[in-house]
Design a protein around this ligand. Structure first.
Ligand SMILES: *Cc1c(COP(=O)(O)O)cnc(C)c1O
Length: 463
């Protein structure tokens, strides 16, 4: 029986003559198409022998070929509509970029540039000059350096300044950021020895003072990022650490994590340390991320004293952690928005932070009305967005959510994740909710269509 079925299977060569296979060869090339047909035939043979299934028709084999070709060539990195209300969402790629940053990155990526070429002198230049002036103007620092990300920035600072020696840090700041970035482990990799002082909840200036000895190379402060200390707590101010460092001739490294150039308080958020405040307080080196509250591409920014930055620039590790031309172009364009005082209008992260509650409500209600017209029982609820990205833990911004109560939230969420584009929302009180704050302005139509398709798909499956 199975022998008869096996003999019904056509050959690869025979299938390659079919119009569908000819079209696939045009789109994917001969090799990939033939491979997909071999795989489809192998799968059919398996099904016949192992499960006693009948041989599929040539049409079914060609359909299987087309599916395999699509799966093999579809990029795994796909656009996602972020309806979670978490603005700097690390798993969803952190900061979306401004139009100007994207244009600059496209131009840098598609052609040659003076990345490491001095056009005036007609000779080799340095890639590290490109964001320096902008960063100096914006932060007041003497000099600046850009590397791959903030984890790299911290690693570089510790390696260049403290390898084989000791770095003093408060026990309240030995944080794990997520994605495996743990301060004690980074210090171990850098070759600097960790000297923990104080207790989990309280560290005093005298704790640092008592830890300083000839082996000490630096004092390190790390932003708590994703947790908040409340109750009986104390940390030493940066200004006091700087004064202590000066007394002993020790550099102070300040890892701000997100860092921000703008004041977060006018938006109803707590104070998030500004980079320029750390520079002003006298930190030797300040490190922060390019793609958290700054709202640019992934990068690690280091600003600070000229002699310390010069040491970093000369260190061999800098070459290994170096930043790409496309990133530099996007970063410079993003910093340009701050310099011109246009960050709030141009940078998506700040537009989202500054979004007015009445505008968010109007958008959520418009989505609900359009979905109701399509037969979906949508409504709107008051809710809360968050900044995310290891900044402002526990702080929220009031928003208006599109809510889909009465539908199985987990199943609906799964359907939305599997759609194209994928939509990621949040479950509140057993209902799937979508927050307009983090949905880009040109994604409204796609979002409404995706929700309607997902809900209708569920209703059809249930029948
Ligand atoms: C996020 C964060 C980092 C890591 O920054 P990346 O740019 O993601 O490498 C390091 N330190 C702190 C305090 C952070 O919050």
């Amino acid at each position: 029986m199975s022998h008869l079925e096996l003999r019904k299977l056509p050959s690869v060569d025979r299938l390659l003559q079919e119009p569908a296979a000819q079209a696939a060869r045009g789109a994917y090339g001969h090799e990939l198409t033939a491979q997909a047909l071999r795989e489809a035939l192998d799968a059919a043979r398996q099904a016949i022998l192992a499960e006693g299934r009948p041989a599929p028709s040539p049409g079914a084999l060609l359909e299987e070929m087309a599916q395999r070709l699509r799966a093999a060539t579809e990029p795994t990195l796909q656009p996602v509509i972020n309806a979670t209300g978490v603005i700097v969402h690390t798993n969803l790629g952190r900061a979306p970029l401004s139009d100007e940053a994207r244009a600059a990155m496209q131009a840098a990526g598609g052609g040659y540039s003076n990345l490491e070429y001095d056009l005036e002198a007609g000779q080799r230049g340095s890639r590290y000059v490109h964001a320096v002036d902008l960063l100096r103007r914006l932060t007041g620092a003497e000099d600046a350096l850009v590397v791959n990300n903030n984890a790299a920035a911290v690693l570089l600072c510790l390696t260049a300044l403290a390898r084989g020696r000791e770095v003093v840090i408060s026990r309240g700041q030995l944080v794990e950021i997520g994605g495996g970035f743990r301060i004690p482990e980074v210090m171990a990799v850098s070759g600097a020895r960790l000297v923990e002082v104080g207790t989990t909840n309280r560290t005093h200036l005298r704790d640092y003072q008592e830890a300083i000895r000839p082996e000490t190379a630096a004092l390190l402060r790390v932003h708590a990022s994703n947790f908040r200390q409340i109750g009986f707590t104390a940390q030493v101010s940066l200004a006091d650490l700087v004064a202590l460092g000066r007394e002993h001739g020790l550099p102070v490294i300040d890892d701000l994590g997100s860092g921000t150039l703008l004041d977060t308080r006018p938006f109803g958020l707590a104070y998030e340390p500004r980079v320029q405040d750390s520079v002003q307080a006298g930190a030797t080196l300040v490190t922060f991320s390019g793609d958290k509250l700054l709202g640019g591409p992934q990068a690690g920014l280091i600003v600070g004293a000229a002699d310390a930055i010069a040491r970093l620039r000369k260190h061999p590790l800098t070459r290994a952690l170096r930043v790409d031309k496309v990133t530099l172009a996007g970063l410079a364009a993003t910093l340009g928005h701050y310099l011109r005082g246009q960050a709030l209008e141009k940078i998506p992260v700040w537009r989202m932070i500054a979004a007015r509650p009445e505008d968010l409500a109007r958008r959520a209600e418009a989505w609900a009305a359009r979905l109701q017209a399509l037969g979906v029982a949508a409504t709107t609820w008051a809710g809360e967005s968050t900044v995310g990205g290891g900044s402002l833990p526990g702080e929220t911004l009031p928003t208006r959510l599109l809510a889909l109560p009465g539908l199985p939230a987990e199943a609906l969420a799964r359907r939305l994740r599997r759609g194209r584009p994928a939509v990621v929302g949040r479950i509140v009180e057993d209902a799937l909710c979508l927050d307009p704050r983090t949905v880009l302005p040109d994604q409204d139509d796609a979002l409404v269509a995706a929700v309607a398709a997902a809900v209708n798909g569920m209703n059809t499956d249930e029948q």
